[in-house]
Design a protein around this ligand. Structure first.
Ligand SMILES: Cc1cc2nc3c(=O)[nH]c(=O)nc-3n(C[C@H](O)[C@H](O)[C@H](O)COP(=O)(O)OP(=O)(O)OC[C@H]3O[C@@H](n4cnc5c(N)ncnc54)[C@H](O)[C@@H]3O)c2cc1C
Length: 540
């Protein structure tokens, strides 16, 4: 793809990242506010998550009619999804459709990774440098770098000497990986692993899954969309948009307003059975208290564990898969196609690395602490991401007086609403830590943040305001609010969760996303705008 020429090195706004967030932010700044704006993107194309995560089985777990932009009816009407949960290639095509339809690519510089950003207080400009030496200045710096864009590759000794091939699911080779006839080792059983394992098992000679954390999963029941459902979607743009804006997690379905204990046990089982057969994330919506009350959660957890034992024929394997150490949905709840069934295949085996941790990667495979060696041709790391803070910290952002974001966040991310940090004027973060982000259907959270930032910049320009930044005391209050919101749920009980940063050695353990729900969050953001951007310092 041709690189857009940078006619100017000075822009009103610089956006980092060309996924769902960056594309919409560019459209708003350029086409609605008339600003000069540039997007810098490390990848060679648009799509973000859906550009990078090309592993077999990659698909979304939000339902297609909710996993898209809704800000434009024309854009919504001009696209038709094929499946309940579209696969990565289709979502990538969708984001290219959006970028082309809105003519965005001419203002995106691809293969361009931001490696430094410094606030120049005298000039009130951000000075940004990229990996290829470009230097760009912008009044507003907006990070659209995603919550899950920095691959977390565990530092196993010996990996460099492995003579087979190794891949991380979040950096999947564009030419694909040929598993046929290969002995494959698979590390990681989160949402990604649960999607990829059944597909890789179909062609690998043998697949060995190394499981540290057993996980719940509910069948996705993915299927092509029926003509009737497509018709419903095409006729109901406004209703779908309203629905995703009225639910706590931005999904187009609501959570039932009943406790797990409002119904007798037999009825509860019937309701779980119906939800299991319907499939998808709606399982979580069966009762309103699944994430608030441990006893209620246990009823769902026990139901899923009993399903695992029914599906998996080998009792020892079923035991390992059902030995789950956290409440249901306290980690990102996966949905699957034949995940547990895959362990009935003769070419699949499960190793519990809680019992015997991975000691090292050897030249020819992998060794566990009990002295066992597994000969492997390919190792797949589905080990997730340095989530939420990783991509932000890697940009080496320095604010006023040279204060780096890494210093400001040494004890964990501190900000106001996930949007702004004191000492970093005119820096806005789309779906930053402290916002609902990964606990929601993300296009909804992204549209809300992009529109809030756009409104804020418009407000500043109309009133001649040069700078906006969070007040330190607002950050203190917000950090407390984020902690209280998490503590009101069972989410912090998943001690090994990436929501807490626990998957990255040395990362401060702080519950990062705001768990108070999208509706409440949106009303907080709107309310402080009505109060003249309460909690922010604005200066001329
Ligand atoms: C496998 C997978 C499945 C998912 N499924 C769902 C789902 O079903 N529902 C849901 O709501 N969410 C899902 N998500 C979350 C998903 O990340 C969001 O839905 C959404 O795609 C995020 O868009 P974004 O633009 O904010 O970030 P991203 O899509 O992550 O895009 C960020 C972009 O920023 C670029 N970037 C980062 N740092 C730099 C830098 N320093 N310089 C230049 N460019 C940089 C990256 O290259 C990337 O292209 C999934 C995530 C993964 C990984």
């Amino acid at each position: 793809m041709d690189m857009p020429k940078i006619e100017s090195r000075v822009f009103d706004a610089l956006v980092v990242g060309a996924g769902f967030s960056g594309l919409y932010q560019l459209h708003c700044l350029r086409d609605k506010l008339g600003l000069s704006a540039l997007v810098l993107e490390a990848g060679a194309g648009v799509g973000g998550t859906w550009y990078w995560n090309r592993y077999p089985g990659a698909r979304c777990d939000s339902e297609s009619h909710g996993y898209c932009y809704t800000f434009s009816k024309e854009l919504f009407d001009g696209w038709e999804w094929s499946e309940r949960y579209p696969g990565q290639p289709e979502i990538l095509r969708y984001l290219n459709y959006v970028a082309d339809r809105l003519d965005l690519k001419r203002d995106i510089r691809f293969d361009s990774r931001v490696k430094g950003a410094r606030y120049d207080e005298g000039a009130n400009f951000w000075r940004i440098v990229t990996n290829d030496g470009a230097e760009i200045s912008a009044r507003y710096l907006i990070t659209a770098v995603g919550c899950l864009s920095t691959a977390n590759i565990p530092d196993f000794p010996g990996l460099a000497d492995f003579k087979g091939q190794w891949v991380h699911t979040g950096q999947w080779p564009h030419k694909g990986v040929d598993f046929s006839g290969k002995r494959v080792g698979f590390i990681g059983t989160g949402s990604t692993g649960i999607q990829a394992i059944p597909v890789i098992a179909e062609t690998a000679a043998h697949l060995t899954v190394f499981q540290r954390t057993a996980n719940y999963s509910v069948p996705a029941r993915n299927a092509p969309l029926t003509p009737e459902f497509r018709h419903y979607v095409s006729e109901n743009h406004a209703a779908i948009r309203r629905a995703t804006r009225s639910t706590q997690n931005g999904q187009p379905f609501g959570i039932e307003d009943r406790s797990a204990f409002d119904v007798p046990p037999e009825r509860r089982l019937e309701l779980y059975e119906a939800a299991w057969n319907k499939g998808g994330l709606q399982f979580r919506a069966t009762f309103r208290d699944l994430l608030a009350n441990k006893a209620a959660n246990d009823t769902a957890a026990d139901f899923i564990k009993s399903k695992i034992r029914q599906i998996v024929k080998d009792p020892a394997t079923a035991d390992k898969l059902a030995d789950i150490d956290h409440p249901y949905a306290a980690k990102r709840p996966p949905i699957d196609t034949d995940y547990f069934e895959t362990y009935n295949r003769a070419n699949v085996s499960l190793v519990d690395v809680r019992v015997a941790p991975i000691e090292a990667i050897t030249r020819s495979g992998l060794q566990t602490r009990d002295g066992r060696e597994y000969a492997l041709d390919i190792i797949v790391f589905a080990t997730g991401f340095d989530a939420m803070t990783g991509p932000l910290l890697r940009m080496n952002i320095a604010g006023r007086d040279g204060l780096t974001l890494a210093e400001a966040w040494r004890a964990g991310p501190r900000n106001y609403l996930g949007l702004q940090v004191a000492g970093f004027p005119n820096l806005f973060m789309i779906t930053g830590p402290g916002s609902p982000s990964v606990l929601t259907n993300m296009p909804v959270a992204i549209e809300q943040h992009v529109e809030w930032i756009t409104g804020c910049i418009a407000h500043m320009r109309e009133r001649g305001i040069a700078r906006i930044e969070a007040r330190p005391e607002s950050m203190d209050r917000w950090v407390k609010t984020v902690n209280e919101a998490a503590d009101a749920t069972l989410l912090p009980m998943a001690r090994h969760s990436w929501y807490l940063g626990a998957n990255v050695p040395g990362k401060p353990r702080v519950f990062m996303p705001y768990a108070g729900g999208m509706v409440r969050y949106r009303s907080i953001c709107d309310d402080l705008v009505r109060k003249g951007y309460e909690g922010f310092a604005l200066s001329r």
